[in-house]
Design a protein around this ligand. Structure first.
Ligand code: XMP
Length: 512
């Protein structure tokens, strides 16, 4: 385990992912964690993330200086690098030159195990106004740039090192090499975090937790719940019953896919609950996104409880499996001090009077790791490579009240958009492509020589690595044109198709 200490940057998750890409398991802790709390987790090493402030301003987040006395290897990045320099008696100052973006660094020392495999000069991603002007005693200064007199340092004896730049971002050349030089060259980590190990550890853990009791699993139709279910099935076999609550908010064909393909590939015991009416009436008149999310989360659990009773009789069921992922946990504010952006249906929307213990075996995984685990478990490509789809389904893609007619309309438009994307061979080029119905907006059109007053449909194709950040996908114009033509021809109440060209941030991927 490597602990990434979060100084409030967007980068902590990215660092954790890069560490895992090096096959070393890592998790994030807040900068308020004491050295003792960090030690209690038993990490092999600690990485200090970047952060938005100056280390010397009042109230700047500090690292517990005790951390450096624990003997743990520590790697500081950007703010973490400066915080480390300051804590150990080096000097951090505002220099003449801020550096933002691509910056050349020059190595002064290529002999260190920390600079193994790096050329004398390369380009990295910087984002700083302050710089380390003198390394603490015992450290070797390794690199510099125009704005950073000390851009990297190491004390190999104490196993402490740091860099001013962001090796975790894609734009930094040799970024992964730098991280791995720390992990393997300095900290002595072992690259043993693999899907196979993850699966076998979880199987073991689930068996111990569950014993001979009964488990229910919520299947949503998405990758996450499918992988979670397959994992639990591997652990406890027929003690698991999967329940698919058909809330009527799925896309065209998805309910069938769950009922047929998933069962065929895993052999799980599946109960389907048709709850379309329940959800529609609970959502009637509701337009506020958070309200929709909370209602769906609540009704979902209620449906479940009802099914659980019918499946297991008066005894009830002890455990419920959900496919919650690490980014869901962090974005719902359940991570460490992150802002609450949206209540994810499988985390923040849970009612207080929940009567199951949750099993969330994917709670520490990023999406790409879930896919790898799915393949490890033998799930077919069609399930593993499905684009992400939110738990609250099409309800949060209808801007306005959710009604049966509007759902049908959106389902039709979405099916066309997806079919064209697939036909163009672009499924794996986009991370996901929400199709959004602006149900409360009307615009004037002309169709068949007559005036129409219909709704716009928004296409929201995005590229992303983990849904934490995203860029809009540059789909070829001819594909966009085919989607637009077919939707306006085939969906009677839609007379306009628009493209969302916003990244995340500032927008989110879904509209609600
Ligand atoms: P946003 O819209 O927050 O979405 O940028 C990030 C990713 O999460 C998906 N999403 C959800 N997934 N339950 C889920 O399981 C939810 O409530 C939920 N809301 C958004 C979204 O599709 C994207 O992949």
């Amino acid at each position: 385990l490597v602990i990434v200490v979060d100084f409030g940057a967007q980068y902590a998750q990215l660092i954790a992912r890069r560490v895992r890409e090096a096959h070393v398991y890592s998790e994030i802790m807040p900068h308020t964690a004491s050295a003792a709390e960090i030690m209690a987790r038993g990490p092999k090493a600690v990485i200090l993330s970047g952060g938005p402030q100056s280390v010397y301003v009042e109230g700047a987040p500090q690292i517990d200086p005790g951390l450096f006395g624990t003997g743990l290897p520590v790697f500081g990045i950007c703010y973490g690098f400066q915080a480390m320099a300051q804590a150990l008696g080096g000097e951090v100052r505002r220099t003449e030159t801020s550096e933002f973006g691509r910056t050349a660094v020059r190595l002064d020392d290529q002999e260190s195990s920390f600079t193994d495999g790096l050329p004398v000069q390369f380009n990295v991603w910087m984002s700083h106004g302050d710089a380390v002007t003198r390394a603490p005693e015992g450290f070797i200064e390794l690199a510099r740039s125009i704005g950073a007199p000390v851009a990297a340092f190491v004390d190999a004896g104490r196993r402490l090192a740091g860099v001013q730049w962001h090796p975790e971002v894609m734009h930094s050349e040799y970024g992964q090499q730098v991280l791995e030089n720390f992990l393997f060259g300095i900290a002595g980590c072992t690259p043993d975090w693999t899907s196979a190990n993850f699966v076998s550890e979880q199987v073991q853990r689930i068996r111990e937790q569950v014993g001979d009791r009964k488990v229910l699993c919520a299947l949503s139709g998405g990758v996450d719940s499918a992988v979670a279910a397959a994992l639990v099935q591997r652990a406890i076999g027929s003690q698991l019953t999967c329940v698919f609550v058909d809330h009527g908010l799925l896309r065209k064909g998805e309910a069938e896919q769950v009922r047929e393909d998933f069962v065929a590939s895993t052999g799980v015991d599946l109960v389907v609950a048709d709850e379309q009416e329940r959800f529609l009436s609970a959502l009637a008149g509701v337009t506020e996104p958070e309200a929709k999310r909370k209602i769906i989360g609540r009704e979902f659990i209620r449906s479940f409880e009802a099914v659980a009773r019918s499946v297991t009789g008066a005894k009830g069921v002890d455990f419920l499996v959900q496919g919650t992922l690490y980014p869901d946990v962090v974005e719902s504010g359940g991570g460490d001090g992150a802002a609450n952006i949206k209540s994810h249906h499988n985390v923040g929307g849970l009612p207080d009077d929940l009567s199951f213990t949750l099993i969330e075996p994917l709670r520490t995984l990023f999406k790409d790791e879930v896919r790898a685990a799915g393949l490890e478990l033998g799930l077919p490509d069609e399930i593993v490579w499905r684009q992400p789809f939110p738990g609250p389904g099409l309800a949060i893609r209808i801007i306005g009240e959710v009604t049966a007619d509007r759902l049908d309309l959106l389902r039709e438009a979405d099916a066309i958009a997806r079919a064209e994307l697939t036909a163009a061979g672009l499924d794996r080029n986009v991370w996901q492509m929400p199709v959004v119905l602006l149900a409360d907006v009307n615009s004037v059109g002309v169709q068949g020589d007559g005036r129409t007053y219909g709704h716009p449909i928004v296409l929201r194709p995005v590229a992303s690595e983990d849904a934490m950040t995203a860029d809009w996908s540059r789909l070829p114009y001819d594909v966009l044109e085919r989607i637009s033509t077919r939707i306006t021809n085939q969906c009677r109440q839609i007379n306009r198709v628009v493209l969302d060209v916003t990244s995340k941030p500032p927008a989110t991927i879904e509209w609600e």
